[in-house]
Design a binder for this molecule. Sequence first.
Ligand code: SAH
Ligand code: SF4
Length: 359
Amino acid sequence: MVEVLAAEGIILHHVKSLWRTVHHDGALDLTTRNFLPPLKRWVAASVGEGKAFFLDAPEVVDEIHSSDGLTRKFLLRLRDGQTIETVLMGYQGRHTVCVSTQAGCAMGCVFCATGQMGFVRHLRPGEIVAQVLHARRILKTIHPNKRLRNMVLMGMGEPLHNYDSVMHALASISDRRGAGIGPTKISISTVGVVPAILRLAEEQRPYCLAVSLHGSTEEERSALVPASKRWSLAMLMDACRKYGEITGKKIFFEWTLIAGKNDSPETALRLAELLTGMDAHINLIPLNPTGGFAGVESRSGHEFQRILQAAGFPCTFRQRRGIDVAAGCGMLKAEKRLRPANVSKMTLNLARNPGQTPG
Ligand code: SAH
Ligand code: SF4
């Protein structure tokens, strides 16, 4: 922004005010803002449909609320018509946004509705930032005094398959002059893209890492996670150990419990063995049933948890956060329950229109 606007003779102070308007206030319409004349003129000439820049503005095409009222899930339509899911979760006074990083996903996990749709495209940084700004705007209408402090990249898509755009987006989102979500309050969840895990460590990225494991042997895991044929469990565990050594940080391992596939006490023991010596926290996720897979009885889930805890690992159940309808990743989109009556504009960040100056 500084570069583009300096070329137009606009001073840094005004650029800061534009950044704040877009990334902090989440303005819907820049033309009505009270900018000083040089910036106002630039906005009128350069921002809007058919101009050099636009405010990325997906539409809400569907919205569901959990029965406890604490969770709202949105189906958003992007400029090219693709739809993605974003979730705002409120729990014990803490608010978290769960964002998508791709339309669809190439990784094909057999129990995941998004994986079953296949890959469509990567999201641009602006489309990722936009989801956070939308959640902030919604939160403001529900709880004007609450701040959105947490973010998880656990919506549709594999964040580390879209590395550069995700990093670009997170830099904006964690900027204190923008959405201001602290980098340690941002969790990147990955299916295990090994080179990208190592890159996160080498680049000393300040975010939390969550690794979706789901299997304690090559065979068990590759039956659920086809990507593990490319990056084997052994390669993944090596990368996680290196990540831990380089960063000194704890890794969160996610484990979706699926009846008859990865829920036995033997599997729990093997998992404990696999993680021996690591600074690890295990998050057990109750399956949102899709494609013929079934979740586990709470008794066997708790037995699985007990074994890991007895082995010395912190092990918790991921709260279902009150999501009780079309709950899992990609499931709202899969339902295709589009209700046009709910359409509303949402705020986005400034992005360059295609076909204009490169960059
Ligand atoms: N692609 C990344 C992030 C998105 S998926 C990843 O796989 O980690 C986020 C989490 O939701 C993953 O742990 C994934 O295994 C889990 N998940 C996907 N479908 C699910 C379902 N139907 N029930 C429960 N968890 C699911
Ligand atoms: Fe992709 Fe994650 Fe779903 Fe696997 S679980 S298909 S990696 S979104």
